[in-house]
Ligand binder design. Structure first.
Ligand code: B1M
Length: 232
């Protein structure tokens, strides 16, 4: 069997290179992911296409084998680190649109949950679309959200959860805002693989965002609606 050392990434056709990058992500080969990202960018791929077709798709495959007990936490961590290294290269490119500020968002992964790749992607895409983003990181208790909302006065609160055990915590945050009488000051967007529209409605969020692109679209639409309501 051919070993990875013998593969020269730069000599591969685009589609072969993307498949090889899925393998490299799976194997947690950070340097190869960095090289692959740079090659695709050098071939005039858009940063968004590199992100979605090479990295996000690769991580989707990792997720399937993690679920099925083929991959374990240490291996998935290596894959996640490789993905982050690729995202680091893409981040400034996705952000450098020079778009005017559309609004401000505070975002964080909820208490008990340390998954942050999806949230980071949402932050990057929102910044790229012209939003100012305050990222609270992972494992946020309700106090962190309250403090940030008070300090930053954002238009949007975004919450991320990747576990069925942590997604109910989003309701804890929203209920606290309701109790304090400030719920309606914010557009509340939620996302993460185990969520859906129905869950989002049931906890009193404004919208569920399936992915980062939907998050940007939804945030933009709801901001426009808000401006129109305020100026009516
Ligand atoms: Co975790 N893990 N994990 N994990 N992990 C999942 C989520 C899991 C589905 C894997 C599986 O079984 N197939 C499963 C959850 C099962 C469940 O609850 N139903 C799981 C498990 C069980 C666990 C542990 C419990 C494993 C263990 O310890 N035995 C443990 C929990 C740790 C904890 O949080 N307390 C754990 C740990 C880890 C690692 C640390 C190894 C690592 C995280 C590294 C990191 O994030 N820095 C990890 C990873 C990488 C995954 C998978 C493989 C990949 C997640 C990911 O990054 N996807 C994941 C499997 C999967 O989801 N398919 C899995 C790529 C990312 C781009 O997509 O995060 O969905 P995603 O984000 C999308 C959208 O969801 C949306 O937009 C993003 C971009 O398009 N979105 C938002 C997300 N947040 C949003 C917020 C918004 C809007 C949109 O706000 C406005």
């Amino acid at each position: 069997m051919e070993t990875n050392d013998e593969i020269i990434l730069d000599e591969l056709e685009d589609n072969e290179l993307v498949l090889q990058m899925h393998d490299d992500l799976y194997d947690g080969m950070k340097d190869e992911i960095i090289e692959g990202v740079n090659i695709l960018l050098g071939r005039n791929w858009t940063p968004y296409d590199v992100l979605t077709k090479a990295l996000v798709e690769g991580m989707r495959i990792v997720g399937i084998d993690f679920r099925d007990g083929i991959l374990f936490v240490p291996e998935v961590l290596l894959a996640a680190n490789s993905m982050k290294a690729g995202m680091q290269i893409l981040k400034p490119l996705l952000i450098e649109t020079g778009a005017p500020r559309l609004g401000k968002m505070v975002i964080g992964t909820v208490k008990g949950d340390i998954h942050d790749i999806g949230k980071n992607l949402v932050s990057m895409m929102m910044e790229g679309a012209g939003f100012e983003v305050i990222d609270l990181g992972i494992n946020n208790p309700v106090e962190n959200y309250l403090e940030a909302l008070d300090k930053e006065k954002p238009d949007i609160l975004g919450m991320s959860a990747l576990l069925t055990t942590t997604m109910p915590y989003m309701k804890v945050v929203i209920d606290t805002l309701v109790t304090q009488g400030v719920r309606d000051n914010y557009i509340i967007l939620v996302g993460g693989a185990p969520l859906n529209e129905e869950f989002s409605k049931s906890i009193g969020a404004d919208a569920y965002c399936r992915d980062a692109a939907v998050a940007v679209e939804t945030a933009s639409n709801l901001m426009t609606l808000r401006h129109n309501q305020l100026s009516a």
